[in-house]
Design a protein around this ligand. Structure first.
Ligand code: PMP
Length: 402
């Protein structure tokens, strides 16, 4: 290679990008309009399950904290980013979760990454469900532990792998989503906990889609299954039902204090903005004071599941506000989402690599902010839409997760 011929260091990217777009995988950023100016569009694409992201009490708490502490935390938590707002939120979350203490993280993603990478490392193993969220998988990679992938919700297989691995690893962790983000179903936590106890493994449950929704008190999948005390590490997000941004790691004091010191994504990232801590705290109070919100969103979701099936759509079994409507091919899913949009209904179109090939779907997420009329409008638009033929659907367990 001649020195005077500059080589484009990004030349490889053109072919990669061409391949990506040729597969119809390009996603675009489209600015959402501010609250109150959303014309007549009905939005079923957010994770704001309880409608708290624009609740005036939550907004006021965020504004007040911003006035007191400024817009950013200014430093990582261990340096000087930890404020009274963080302290108060951590205390409230610990009480809510029924744990000794809670660490806060800038996002739920960072919380999972940090929790996993601080409790396991090289020589250890993490058993993950194939459909776990990407950040649990990434956490295992970051940790250097062996990644042992188990078919979706297959506790028999999990038992077999745990038994076969006996004595091979130093520490073992079973990490699952409490509620699976793209399918809306729950991990069978009592069986998972029993296996962990039998094999002396730790458990980590990601409550990102459970907090505020499942269980009598809205504590998530662990409360729903009555295993609150049996889970070693609980990870949560402030960014879904709690309506703001941030994550947390909850558990025994000896665990959490270690995570706070050792988790890179917590130690080396700026603490979450005080406004987010204050907003989450206000939202958490509403979760506890207004259980009718979660009751409503569950009822709306049941109505949609029932009616969509009656209209001929494939709606897998799930519980709670995430309602997947299987379409199959990515293109057909995009066309359907576009058709709904022209009728004023916005739903998430989920394609590979977020879900495996052949399982592209609409991911409808219900919120307590929706009215029955709004859900009925969605049902009506689904009734009118042509149902694409689902191609050879892959078995859920062959799905690739990202
Ligand atoms: N876990 C699960 C199961 C999720 O779905 C998500 C967000 N999509 C996260 C963790 C990450 O949370 P956050 O958005 O707060 O980073």
């Amino acid at each position: 290679m001649k020195a005077d011929q500059p080589v484009d260091p990004l030349a490889w990217l053109d072919a990669e990008w061409a391949d990506w777009t040729a597969q119809g995988l390009e996603r675009r950023l489209t600015p959402r309009r501010p609250h109150g100016r959303e014309s007549s569009l009905l939005d079923f694409s957010s994770n704001d399950y309880l409608g708290l992201s624009d609740d005036s009490r939550v907004i006021d708490a965020a504004i007040e904290a911003t006035r007191r502490f400024g817009t950013g935390a200014r430093a990582s938590a261990l340096v000087s980013g930890w404020t009274e707002e963080h302290e108060a939120l951590a205390a409230d979350l610990a009480a809510f979760e029924g744990v000794e203490t809670v660490a806060l993280a800038p996002t739920g993603y960072a919380a999972n990454l940090g929790a996993i990478a601080s409790v396991v490392g090289s020589g250890d193993a993490v058993y993950v469900d194939r459909l776990n969220h990407a950040c649990l998988m990434d956490g295992v990679r970051l940790s250097g532990a062996a990644l042992r992938v188990v078919p979706h919700n297959d506790v028999t297989r999990l038992a077999e792998i745990l038994t076969r691995d006996e004595g091979r690893y130093r520490r073992r962790l079973i990490a699952v989503d409490g509620v699976f983000s793209m399918d809306g179903d729950l991990a069978p936590l009592p069986k998972v906990c029993a296996l962990a106890e039998r094999h002396g493994a730790m458990t980590l449950v990601d409550e990102a889609h459970g907090t505020g929704l499942f269980g009598r008190g809205g504590r998530g999948a662990r409360e729903y299954w009555d295993v609150m005390e049996r889970v070693t590490i609980t990870v949560g997000t402030l960014s879904k039902a709690l309506g703001t941004l941030g994550g947390f790691v909850a558990g025994e004091r000896r665990l959490v204090r270690y995570v706070v010191q050792r988790a890179g994504p917590l130690v080396y990232s700026t603490a979450l903005p005080p406004a987010c801590a204050a907003a989450a705290r206000a939202a958490l109070a509403i979760v506890q004071a207004e259980p009718e919100r979660r009751i409503k969103v569950f009822a709306l979701a049941e109505r949609l599941r029932h009616e969509a099936r009656r209209a001929g759509w494939v709606v897998p079994e799930s519980l709670g506000p995430i309602v997947p409507i299987l379409v199959g091919e990515a293109d057909a899913t995009m066309r359907l989402a576009q058709e709904l949009k022209t009728k004023g209904v916005v739903v998430g179109a989920i394609r590979p690599p977020t879900v495996p090939r052949g399982t592209a779907r609409l991911r409808v997420s219900l919120s307590a902010r929706h009215s029955i009329e709004a859900v009925d409008r969605l049902i009506e638009t689904l009734r009118q839409a042509a149902i694409p033929k689902i191609g050879a659907l892959q078995e859920p367990n062959q799905r690739r997760t990202t």
